[in-house]
Ligand binder design. Structure first.
Ligand SMILES: [Zn+2]
Length: 333
């Protein structure tokens, strides 16, 4: 039917939803490896936006957000302009074994757009890219921190692209990283191919946490609102800062670390970040914040060696810091 969305050799009429299993590889037992894809077409015409989760197979909060988004889009098909292409489990092989990686130990998010003649991971990337993602106009890619770390919800996008500036702001996170992404990442590949895509980081691997799932879901609605696909206002954030770089605070000594901060904390210069002790309980190191900032990520495993990442603190200017403190007090008195 004219005006719908053509995918997998089928024309999906406007105002419909359909789910597919799309082959991306084969198993040792010669069975197809397939990933779930749900396409929801709005009654009204508009762009095509993909929403991906679990590109790293152990990152589950995004899976919950995409599933919620599928249910929401189905109920709002009359309002939806354009088409949503939802991939809740991109790296299904990693998902099966609680792993970030594919079975060839490579990171799928370094392989896009892939290579049909390359190693397994490159072939999987090629299948996902060529069969699904390259047919879209925009993209949202949902992640969490790697195992052993936890992230405050924040978004990453190449803010040189005007539509990504709008989508990123509308997602409702306090922190926006202006960053094009690593070579081979889904988001950078898509953006370089004229499919502006942004990324959410929320929570940690192997967790399925309500607050993070809801944040991802609501943020996607805000971004789709910015694209004009849904009648949704931009999501509210207490404050928003754009950063280009943030450094990990790393351990100077080995031992057990007692962390004094958590993701989302606003910390002042001189505040205690952590104390490290040896097996006798004697203190061997402590560190105070070298600048005012926002804690974006922390480790979750309390054993460290020299150089281990402990927390990720984004420096804020005095004006940004005081505004952030004021806004937090107004919203959460
Ligand atoms: Zn990830």
């Amino acid at each position: 039917m004219a005006g719908g969305f053509r995918i997998f050799g089928r024309e999906l009429a406007r105002g419909r939803a359909a789910s597919f299993l799309v082959q991306v590889s084969e198993s040792y037992s010669a069975h197809p490896v397939r990933i779930p894809v749900t396409v929801v077409t709005g009654v009204r015409p508009g762009p095509v936006c993909f929403v991906t989760a679990a590109v790293h197979g152990d990152e589950l909060n995004g899976v919950g957000a995409v599933r919620r988004l599928i249910a929401e889009a189905k109920t709002r098909r009359k309002e939806l302009k354009g088409t949503l292409v939802c991939l809740p489990l991109v790296n299904v092989l990693g998902f099966h074994v609680h792993s970030r990686y594919l079975p060839d130990r490579r990171d799928l998010n370094r392989e896009f757009p892939g290579n049909p003649e390359g190693p397994m991971s490159a072939r999987v990337a090629h299948a996902v890219w060529s069969k699904i993602l390259r047919h879209c106009d925009f993209g949202l890619d949902l992640h969490t921190a790697a195992q052993g770390q936890c992230n405050l919800p924040h978004v990453r996008a190449d803010l040189r692209v005007p539509v990504l500036r709008r989508m990123a702001a509308a997602f409702g996170c306090e922190m926006i990283y202006d960053d094009p992404g690593r070579r081979g990442s889904l988001r950078r590949c898509a953006t370089e191919h004229g499919i502006p895509a942004m990324l959410l980081e929320a929570g940690g691997a192997l967790e399925y946490r309500e607050a993070m799932i809801e944040h991802g879901f609501r943020g996607c609605l805000g971004a789709l609102g910015a694209l004009g696909m849904l009648d949704e206002p931009a999501r509210h954030a207490d404050f928003q800062v754009v950063v280009r770089k943030a450094d990990w605070v790393r351990a100077s000594r080995g031992g057990m670390v007692e962390l004094k901060v958590a993701p989302g904390d606003l910390i002042r210069r001189g505040e205690l970040l952590y104390v490290t002790t040896n097996p006798f309980g004697r203190e061997v190191a402590r560190l105070k914040a070298p600048y005012d900032g926002l804690v974006v990520s922390t480790f979750t495993v309390p054993m460290v060696r020299p150089g281990s990442a402990i927390c990720h603190v984004v420096p804020l200017t005095k004006v940004q810091f005081e505004r952030a403190v004021r806004r937090r007090k107004q919203v959460h008195p």
